[in-house]
Write a protein that binds this ligand. Structure first.
Ligand code: NOJ
Ligand code: CA
Length: 707
């Protein structure tokens, strides 16, 4: 894998540099479709507007801050200076949805100063792209604002002009694992519609939503609000004023402080972003979020190889085996509590079974959860510090032997660090834990942050935790370890800067289908996720469940899709680590659909979103790096539909062999989820295909050039 390379920089041209007049400053995207206007009003309040195709999509929206122990920073400003410039480059992703990324934008930098004491300075930088905008606040070095700054709130507004159809989850300070709601913006009601809201376990401020939040207008304008480069700051939720159709930043706080963000001067905030397109597929193809992040700081990360993986995982979620070994809470005495350890999943023999299966099926890794001591005392316990140990295996797990066996078979072991949100314990052990991985040549860790954060009073999405997640990844990189965090902070494109941040959860994943008391993720879940959560970055969703109804394990739950849709997810949901999540025995009983998982790529040269409607359906085609093979995946919600495809993305004058995996004649996510038709055919760039997707269904196609 090639390290990040800056291919070329066309221009960084200063267009104008003038001191303040009262007129509006305007910049327009390279294709001239998106425009930002900036100005200050009579009170000296800074504001901006955004136009798309000459229509105002964000009307006068004010900008500013509240501080602890300092006057607020909202008005009384004059414009000291403005600078515009333009930038164009192509950079390469070391792994990703595509190899080459175009990064073209125009920039407006506004330098503001308070016109009365304390005459502080604030800069606001706007970037306008063809696919949207980003802006951030810069606090430059200055004599009258020094040392630590305590932000109690950021007052960033997005004042909308239409009652958009809005796809949202509550602005929960701890948990992104919510079902999406679809309502008009004027009907957003975070607490009323939250699927779970145990307020002893989490905090959902009144009428705030989390980002990315995606909106579709009547005329077809698509907007998605999010942030980029969330570093040493709190996550931003958006408070919805349903009457005035206004969104306002609402930073995640802490019970332990009377401010939300503490920074030392000088500093910059994260970018506030709006992806703006006139159709749904372009939202997925947008690279705005990664483009707003700094280039690769790690250099060559070719030690991380994108891979498919299996694991000792689903069996615990189904209740077939346990994470814990069944010892009493006193780890030092190793006393067997005598209940569960006959059932311990992470034992040497079981892991070898997964290694054998992976080796046979072109799957590069095996995740082992429940291998280390501490699982007797995690969920449901308050005193979780000092419990998990990230270097000590249970007695029935021979880590030396498992790693040796994996190497012999060409399969990597994926490390697991469940922290149970006991951050001090994890922080203390990180160096030894990552060093152990390095010793074994393990390059990927799945981490987890289940439960309320310790220290008490902190939230998963506040500044304290943003720093925990980022620092863990930066430290891991020193040991050539790549991180896939569960219960994470949201993705904000930092994978560009630190390409060892490979994937994460941060949504209701497949696990909800195993045990959620509300019956799991409904068929519309992923057709919404593709246009919301997925815009922020890779998702460790863990697809590929073949035993949809969990026959022998659970009666009340099931996966709410067809088996063909489970295959489609390998293409639709992007991640450089992609799990084949089901049990070995369920795959071995179904060799024909398994062929797709065996064949499908995980690292892409090109991605094309062929069609889609937010919340209804989506079809994505991706070309594998190295082989030139193409894979296509399509999924639908609870409605059956016909999708028409052409293959004009293929090379002209070449013939390809396609294997089509589609819903069987009477397939249905609930009544008949296993009905699948598999068909081999020849196609070329002029071929057409109509595919019928069942209710909750999908299709997957593998396309290889004929020799
Ligand atoms: C929650 C994670 O999402 C899941 O994948 C994992 O198995 C458990 N925590 C245990 O760490
Ligand atoms: Ca989870």
């Amino acid at each position: 894998m090639k390290a990040y390379t800056l291919v070329f920089v066309i221009a960084l041209a200063i267009f104008s540099c003038n001191s303040e007049k009262k007129q509006t400053k305007e910049i327009t995207s390279p294709n001239e479709k998106v425009t930002i206007d900036f100005n200050i009003n009579n009170e000296g309040r800074p504001f901006y507007l955004v136009k798309f195709n000459n229509k105002t999509v964000v009307d006068t929206s004010y900008l500013g801050f509240e501080f602890k122990d300092a006057p607020s920073f909202n008005k009384n400003f004059i414009i000291k200076n403005t600078t515009t410039s333009s930038f164009s480059e192509t950079w390469q992703m070391p792994w990703g949805e595509q190899l080459d990324v175009e990064n073209n934008y125009k920039e407006l930098k506004v330098e503001l100063q308070e016109k009365t004491t304390p005459e502080r300075f604030l800069n606001i930088v706007f970037k306008v792209y063809d696919d949207g905008i980003g802006f951030r606040y810069e606090f430059p070095e200055q004599a009258r604002l020094k040392g630590d700054v305590f932000i109690t709130e950021e007052n960033t507004e997005f004042n909308l002009t239409e009652d958009y159809k809005t796809f949202w989850i509550p602005g929960d300070w701890d948990i992104y694992e919510h079902l999406y709601n679809t309502t008009n913006l004027s009907e957003v009601d975070a607490l009323q519609y939250a699927d779970h809201k145990n307020l002893a376990q989490t905090y959902i401020p009144e009428n705030a939503v989390n980002t990315p939040v995606t909106m579709v207008g009547k005329g077809g304008t698509h907007l998605s609000f999010h942030e980029a480069a969330l570093v040493d700051y709190s996550g931003m939720t958006l408070k919805v004023d349903t009457e005035n159709l206004n969104l306002k930043s609402n930073l995640v706080g802490s019970e332990n402080t009377d401010y939300k963000v503490k920074r030392t001067m000088p500093f910059n905030t994260p970018w506030r972003t709006i992806q703006i397109t006139d159709n749904a597929p372009d939202l997925i193809e947008s690279n705005l979020i990664v483009n707003l992040n700094e280039p690769n700081k790690l250099g060559d990360v070719s030690w991380f190889k994108p891979m498919k993986y299996t694991g000792v995982w689903w069996e615990m979620h189904l209740g077939k085996s346990s994470w814990d070994y069944g010892m009493t809470q006193n780890m030092s005495t190793w006393t067997d509590a005598g209940d569960a350890h006959g059932n311990h999943g992470a034992n040497t023999e079981n892991v070898k079974r997964f290694i054998d299966f992976s080796a046979k099926n072109n799957i590069g890794g095996v995740l082992v959860e429940g291998w280390n001591t501490g699982w007797e005392h995690w969920i449901g316990f308050e005193d979780r510090e000092g419990v998990f140990d990230f270097v000590t295996p249970y007695p029935d797990y021979d880590i030396d032997e498992v790693v040796r066996y994996g190497k012999e078979k060409g399969v990597d072991i994926i490390m697991h660090h469940e922290t149970s949100a006991a951050t001090e314990t994890y922080e203390k052990q990180q160096d030894t834990a990552y060093a152990l991985m390095q010793k074994y040549g393990m390059h990927t860790v799945k981490s987890g942050y289940v439960g309320k954060i310790l220290p008490k009073g902190e939230y998963h999405h506040g500044q304290y935790m943003v720093n925990q997640y980022n620092n863990a990844a930066i430290k891991a990189a020193k040991y050539q370890v790549a991180v896939n965090a569960h219960e994470p902070i949201k993705a904000t494109g930092l994978r560009r800067t630190y390409p060892n941040i490979i994937s994460r959860e941060g949504l209701r994943g497949q696990e909800f289908n195993a045990w959620s008391s509300d019956g799991g993720n409904p068929p519309e879940h992923l057709p919404i996720v593709a246009f919301t959560r997925m815009l922020s970055g890779p998702i460790d969703f863990t697809p590929g469940i073949f035993n949809i109804k969990f026959d022998e394990y659970k009666k009340d739950n099931q996966v709410n899709t067809t088996i063909a849709q489970q295959l489609a997810l390998y293409v639709v949901i992007y991640s450089p680590v992609q799990m084949a999540a089901d049990l070995v025995e369920h795959y071995e009983a179904n060799p024909e659909p398994l062929q797709f998982i065996k064949d499908v790529g995980v690292d892409w040269e090109t991605t094309k979103v062929l069609n889609g409607v937010v919340g209804d359906y989506v079809t994505i085609a991706r070309k594998e790096r190295g082989t030139g093979n193409w894979f296509v995946g399509g999924i639908t919600d609870e409605n059956s539909r016909i999708v028409d495809l052409d293959f004009s993305f293929l090379n002209d004058n070449k013939t390809y062999e396609a294997i089509i995996y589609k819903d069987g004649e009477n397939a249905h996510w609930d009544n008949n989820p296993l009905a699948i038709d598999i068909e081999k055919t020849e196609i070329n760039s002029t071929s057409n295909l109509s595919v019928k997707l069942a209710e909750g269904g999908g299709f997957a196609i593998s396309i290889k050039e004929k020799e």
